[in-house]
Ligand binder design. Sequence first.
Ligand SMILES: [Fe+2]
Length: 297
Amino acid sequence: MIIRNQGDVTSDALAAMERTADPRVREILVSLIKHLHAFVRDVRLTEDEFRQATAVLNQMGKLSTDTHNESVLMAGSLGVSSLVCLLNNGGNGNTETSQSLLGPFWRLNSPRVANGGTIVRSDTPGDPLLVTARVVDMAGKPVAGAEVDIWHASPIGLYENQDPEQADMNLRGKFTTDQDGRFWFATVKMIGYPIPTDGVVGRLLQAQNRHPYRPAHLHALIVKEGFKVLISQVYDPKDPHIDTDPQFGVTKALLGDYIRHEEPHPSDPNIRPPWYSLDYTYVMEPGEMKVPAPPIA
Ligand SMILES: [Fe+2]
């Protein structure tokens, strides 16, 4: 079509997308053109701004490596990752869900730990944290024999892969739930940490005067045949950044009951106060067991 005016561009581009053979890809591309063109009209995008936008996209690509993904960080910082998660879980967005974002630091082959064991593998100064957890289905019945990967940042806010002071696989472990769907372990209390701000995401946060700190959280990835893989983060409600997460990941269902204890531990004299406890119930939804590719090696 020979374009006569700006309206023709949209209808011609839409007609081109309509020729996509795959129906789902066609649906996505047609809607993308509708919204993208409406967006350009809505903000009356200038030529200079358009050139800046393409430069930002190029820079996100250049900043992304095997160990850093600026595009995922950007999607999180715009709330898109959280929206996709909430729309696809909890009965398609109708109920609460234990499902959350994977984050950039899940690793395969974390060492197997028996229930009651510790995931502290090298000297990691911090307050003890005792975690007791349960995995249930949507009817509240225990999910026995589920494989649970656990990982979290240290008491200074670094994952072991970011910190030469920590042993390989420190604060990571793989558990199996017992007949009651339970797993439990000892670790140290993590704190929140900043997302990387040296790229375009940093410029975005700065533009809104947003801090980069994610509230303290415990990661889990839970696998059991017959269930959708449960990827979760359980947050500490007392974290100073609990209601200003730059990745918009904190939901009510993901608030953990992290309790600080000032008294000695009732049965273990080696656990000196203050110590913390966390008890949390993970809810798995039925579905296809699709394990994601690990973001790092
Ligand atoms: Fe994390």
